[in-house]
Design a protein around this ligand. Structure first.
Ligand code: RIB
Length: 279
C-alpha cells in the first residue's frame, strides 16, 4: 500500500494558557499522546481568532498528524472550518455545535448541581457571574443553574456577564455586593470565584458566614484558598487524555467519536447555610 510518512506531532491550541484549567488539560493530552509515541506542541491563542488561524496554518505546514482544538470561543469552531481542511482534528472543552469528534463536559448538569447545592443550604437570594455569553460552556452552565432555581420557583437576583477572568468577577462583585443583599454567588469558573473572594474581602464580608461562594472547574489551587473553595469539578486531566486518545484513533484507524464527561459537586468550606439574620 501507500506509505505515508508521519510526523508523530500533534498540535494543541488553547485559548488562555494563564488560566490553570488549561495547563491541566494540556498535561492530560500530552501524557496520552506520549503513550502512543506522539509529541505535543502547545499553542496559546489568547482568545484571538487571528492567532488561532495563524497557529492552525503553521501547524499544518509543519505537517502535524492532527490537531486538538480548544477554540477561543464556540463561534470559532464553525468559522475555523476553512482552515481545517485536510487535517485530522478533535474539539476539546469548547465548541459551539456538537462536533463530530471531541470531548466536552455536560456543562448544563454542572450549573444545575451548583444551583441545587445553594438551594439545599437555604439560599434564596443568589447572584451569578457568568462567562462570556458567546461561549456555549458559559450559556449552558447558566441555563442549568437557572433551571435548578426555577424548580424552586426562584430566579437569580442578578446575572452579570464576566469574561472568565478574576478581575471581571472582582469588578462585578464589588458593585453588586454594594447594591444587593445576595447571600450566595455562583461563578462560572474558579478564577472568577477568586475575584469574588477579593471583593468580599474588600467589602469586609466573611465567606461563608455572610456570603457563600461556589465556583466551577476545580483547578488545583482552589483547595488551598481560605476558606477552601466549594466548586463543580471537571476531570480536566482525564478530558485532555480522552481528546488525545480520540485523535490518535482518528489518525490511525480513521474513526471519529465523541465523549461527554459528567461534572461532580465538591463541597469544601466556602458554602454554608444561609445566615438567619439573628432572630
Ligand atoms: O476556566 C476556564 C473555563 O473555560 C473552564 O471552565 C473551561 O471549561 C473553559 O471553557
Amino acid at each position: 500500500g501507500l506509505v505515508t510518512k508521519q510526523s508523530k506531532l500533534i498540535g494543541l491550541i488553547v485559548p488562555t494558557i494563564s488560566n490553570p484549567f488549561f495547563p491541566e488539560l494540556c498535561r492530560g493530552a500530552e501524557d496520552e499522546a506520549n503513550a502512543h509515541g506522539y509529541s505535543l506542541v502547545i499553542c496559546n491563542s489568547d482568545a484571538s481568532a487571528e492567532k488561532e488561524e495563524h497557529y492552525i496554518t503553521i501547524l499544518k505546514e509543519q505537517q502535524v498528524d492532527g490537531l486538538i482544538l480548544s477554540s477561543r470561543s464556540g463561534l470559532s469552531s464553525t468559522s475555523l472550518l476553512p482552515f481545517l481542511k485536510n487535517v485530522h482534528y478533535v474539539h476539546l472543552d469548547r465548541m459551539e455545535e456538537e462536533a463530530v469528534s471531541g470531548v466536552r463536559l455536560d456543562n448544563e448538569a454542572g450549573g444545575y448541581l451548583a444551583g441545587k447545592h445553594l438551594l439545599e443550604l437555604g439560599h434564596t437570594k443568589i447572584g451569578c457571574i457568568s462567562g462570556p455569553n458567546e461561549i456555549r460552556n458559559s450559556r449552558d452552565r447558566v441555563a442549568g443553574f437557572t433551571r435548578a432555581l426555577a424548580e424552586a420557583n426562584l430566579e437569580p437576583v442578578w446575572i452579570q456577564e464576566g469574561d472568565f477572568s478574576l478581575d471581571s468577577a472582582y469588578q462585578h462583585a464589588m458593585a453588586k455586593l454594594e447594591e444587593t443583599d445576595v447571600t450566595a454567588i455562583f461563578t462560572c469558573n474558579d478564577m472568577m470565584a477568586c475575584g469574588v473572594y477579593r471583593a468580599a474581602h474588600g467589602r469586609g464580608m466573611a465567606i461563608p458566614k455572610e456570603l457563600s461562594v461556589i465556583g466551577f472547574d476545580d483547578v488545583p489551587l482552589v483547595s488551598a484558598l481560605i476558606p477552601k473553595l466549594t466548586t463543580i469539578r471537571q476531570d480536566t486531566y482525564a478530558m485532555g487524555r480522552k481528546a488525545a486518545a480520540l485523535l490518535v484513533q482518528q489518525i490511525e484507524e480513521g474513526t471519529t467519536d465523541f465523549a461527554i464527561f459528567e461534572p461532580t459537586l465538591v463541597v469544601r468550606e466556602s458554602t454554608a447555610y444561609v445566615p438567619t439574620g439573628g432572630n
